[in-house]
Design a protein around this ligand. Structure first.
Ligand code: FRU
Length: 476
């Protein structure tokens, strides 16, 4: 049986204490580095520092000692990291350039951008003596994401950060990461109900076509997302090295329709066609109220890493996410089972699994699925699908009383619809990630954990055909 709060198998979570946003995602020298908002002293948000983990495959993470520790002047809020290959900052040498972290130094009423560098491949970090490098006199200026711009306007560093309360993304440029000059700003526009946080900006070729490259801006909002609370909107447009111009559209696009996918940003140091995102798998609505194990107090985990692509759907460029899961081996395969009443399938759900499912609804008005229930069909992940609306719902209302009220909610994932439901679902201890429409429609939610290993299905208003169910578990 899964226990909420135990270490997940395929998702990064720290051994102890509080985690929120991913920070400083960078691939360098064959390793992926994941820094993260971390309280080294407890299970609540506070004493914010950068924890550190690294991996060779984005799945198995090794946790390291704290990379950047808060001090009496400031907490270390979110930011990014780059490999300064040309030694533009002078923190390294031409032969051995440095990794440079750009983070927010957060004091009580002032947030500025600051640097730290590592000349040993990310193990140890030194805060720059000349900090801060960018100060607007603002109390809500944070979350710098820096990337190397190479385009018609030249080659230089670009920073996107937020004026969070003003709902503005501000863009700056630099030649040496130390001196920054203002380029432009974006917003308020689109979803503005919550303060804006953790922006990102990157190019993607539409359906892999190098002649059709668009720029994608990610903007996380700490409140007011469709599922409730925190969420991330994205905007497709163009960037000429100075200004981001959105494509005309009244629609707000959401990266994820679940409750628990926030502050996602992408790796530096990967080719554009391997654009890879990791997000914090929680929600400011209740992150600090989630239950934890007394013997292993920890709160917070990351989503699976996801490769991002842009694909045209009915003429609109939309993001497609493909999860980077562990290598798996199939443990069960089922096909051609018809179900009207609850029918338990001959397939057990391991604590961590990839589930691939195709259900033909025919004339049925809907289908319900239960993943990981006990012998009495209690507990587990409750999904349902309505072909008339195309909505796939995840119902957490049965979560037990250890969970805060805000957690006991129903999330709705709008899909392309139709009478054939085709999903890839990743289940792990305390989480579910659902990929529909081939990854264009995604829902990420924490769960109360499985009660057992049962997998059942029933039709609503008619029988449904489980045309294909494959369950696969990580090898070894
Ligand atoms: C987003 C955020 C960031 C901030 C960090 C503080 O979740 O609020 O804006 O830098 O968390 O931990």
């Amino acid at each position: 049986m899964q226990t909420f709060g135990s270490l997940p198998h395929a998702h990064f979570a720290p051994r102890r204490n509080w985690l929120n946003d991913p920070n400083g995602l960078v691939r360098h020298d064959g390793r992926y580095h994941l820094f993260f908002q971390y309280n080294p002293e407890g299970v609540d948000h506070g004493n914010m520092s950068w924890g550190h983990a690294s991996s060779t495959d984005l799945v198995l993470w090794e946790e390291h000692s704290v990379a950047l520790l808060w001090d009496e002047h400031a907490q270390i809020f979110s930011g990014s990291a780059v490999f300064d290959e040309g030694n533009t900052s002078g923190f390294g040498t031409d032969e051995e350039p440095a990794l440079v972290a750009i983070y927010t130094a957060a004091a009580a009423d002032l947030q500025t951008q600051a640097l730290a560098y590592s000349t040993d491949g990310g193990s140890t970090w030194t805060k720059y003596a000349g900090n801060p490098v960018l100060d607007r006199g603002s109390a809500d200026f944070r979350d710098p994401k820096v990337f190397r711009y190479r385009g018609s306007a030249g080659e230089y560093w670009v920073m996107v950060a937020v004026e969070a309360v003003e709902r503005r993304v501000v863009l700056y440029r630099s030649d040496d990461l130390k001196q920054w000059s203002f380029l432009s700003e974006y917003g308020p526009r689109g979803a503005v109900e919550g303060v804006w946080e953790c922006p990102d900006l990157f190019p993607l070729a539409v359906d892999g076509d190098p002649a059709d490259v668009r720029w994608v801006m990610l903007i996380s909002l700490n409140a007011g997302a469709p599922a409730g609370g925190s969420g991330t909107q994205y905007v497709v447009g163009s960037f000429d090295g100075t200004t981001f111009i959105p494509e005309p559209s009244d629609e707000v696009l959401w990266l994820d329709h679940g409750r628990d996918d926030y502050a996602g940003v992408t790796f530096s140091g990967l080719p554009d066609e391997e654009r890879t995102l990791i997000a914090w798998m929680s929600n400011w609505d209740y992150a600090g109220d989630l239950p934890y194990r007394e013997d292993e107090p920890r709160r917070g985990a990351m989503t699976l890493a996801r490769r991002l692509e842009l694909t045209l759907v009915d003429g609109r460029p939309l993001l497609r996410q493909t999860p980077v899961g562990p290598e798996v081996a199939e443990t069960a395969r089922v096909s051609g089972i018809r179900a009207e009443e609850w029918t338990t399938l001959p397939a057990a759900l391991p604590a961590c699994a990839r589930v691939e499912l195709v259900v033909e609804l025919g004339d049925a008005a809907g289908v319900e699925l239960r993943l990981g229930h006990d012998d009495d069909l209690r507990g587990g992940i409750a999904l349902s699908y309505d072909p008339a609306t195309g909505v796939l719902a995840h119902d957490r209302t049965a979560a037990d009383s250890r969970f805060p009220d805000a957690f006991r909610s129903v999330q709705s994932l709008p899909t392309a619809g139709g009478t054939r439901l085709e999903l890839t679902v990743w289940v792990d201890i305390g989480s579910v990630e659902v990929f529909a429409d081939d990854g264009v429609s995604v829902l990420t939610d924490l769960t109360a954990g499985a009660a057992g290993e049962g997998v059942s299905v029933r039709g609503r208003g008619g029988s449904v055909d489980v045309a294909h169910l494959s369950i696969a578990a990580p090898r070894g």
